[in-house]
Design a protein around this ligand. Structure first.
Ligand SMILES: Nc1ncnc2c1ncn2[C@@H]1O[C@H](COP(=O)(O)OP(=O)(O)OP(=O)(O)O)[C@@H](O)[C@H]1O
Ligand SMILES: [Mg+2]
Length: 199
């Protein structure tokens, strides 16, 4: 099984994925917990490039998209595909839906660019995707409490509203894969919603 976790900043993806990891391990499954962008040493270096705030040079939207897919290609080849091939469950904190939501819906890049990348460089798609949905301000206030904001977190509310609308669009397009979780609830309740779907 390949499960991804999606949603805007601070909604609780990382909190939920850790709980699901423990839950599945307790059930005796072999589970790989990983994240995007990142998940391998090289892809984590690309992540640093993507998240760091550089006041001297703005990153172009195309560069952002391509770096996401460079990291993803490495991650798929080194981590995700080998794990799935030996029957492990892969839990991934963000995957291709985030590229649609952030780079297309958020930044305004064409779906055509994304489709070319998905068709050529994404060999495996999650069978289940948990979309943690909550009002933008709620997630941002949770994220703010964690400390310094990265390049994405510094974006304005209007940008994240577009990202959230992008997730909504994906949700409507693929209701069998995407499961919407009410992320305004407390961590335990969000976990129970996810487990109900897994059962
Ligand atoms: N359901 C929840 N209710 C209240 N607080 C929560 C909930 N889930 C997570 N938190 C807290 O909110 C903060 C952000 O949570 P978390 O890091 O899991 O979000 P995230 O979606 O992974 O964020 P990011 O997009 O920045 O990676 C953390 O301090 C976490 O403890
Ligand atoms: Mg996180």
């Amino acid at each position: 099984m390949f499960i991804s976790f999606e949603g805007t900043e601070g909604v609780g993806k990382t909190t939920l994925i850790r709980k699901i990891y423990e839950y599945l391990v307790q059930q005796g499954q072999e589970v790989v917990l990983t994240r995007e962008p990142g998940g391998t040493p090289m892809a984590e270096q690309i992540r640093s490039l993507l998240l760091s705030v550089n006041h001297d040079e703005n990153m172009s939207n195309d560069t952002e998209l391509l770096l996401m897919y460079a990291a993803r290609a490495q991650h798929l080849q080194q981590v995700i595909v080998p794990a799935l091939l030996v029957g492990k469950t892969v839990l991934c904190d963000r995957f291709t839906d985030a590229s649609f939501a952030y780079q297309c819906a958020g930044r305004g890049l064409s779906r055509e660019k994304l489709n070319v990348l998905n068709q050529n460089f994404v060999s495996h798609m999650p069978s289940v995707t948990f979309w943690l949905d909550a009002p933008i301000e709620l997630g941002m206030s949770r994220a703010r409490e964690r400390g310094a904001l990265d390049r994405f977190e510094q974006e304005k509310v209007a940008f994240f509203e577009k990202v959230r609308a992008g997730y909504q669009e994906l949700f409507e397009q693929s209701p069998e894969r995407m499961k919407r979780l009410d992320a305004t609830q407390n961590p335990e309740q969000v976990f129970e919603q996810a487990v109900a779907y897994l059962k």
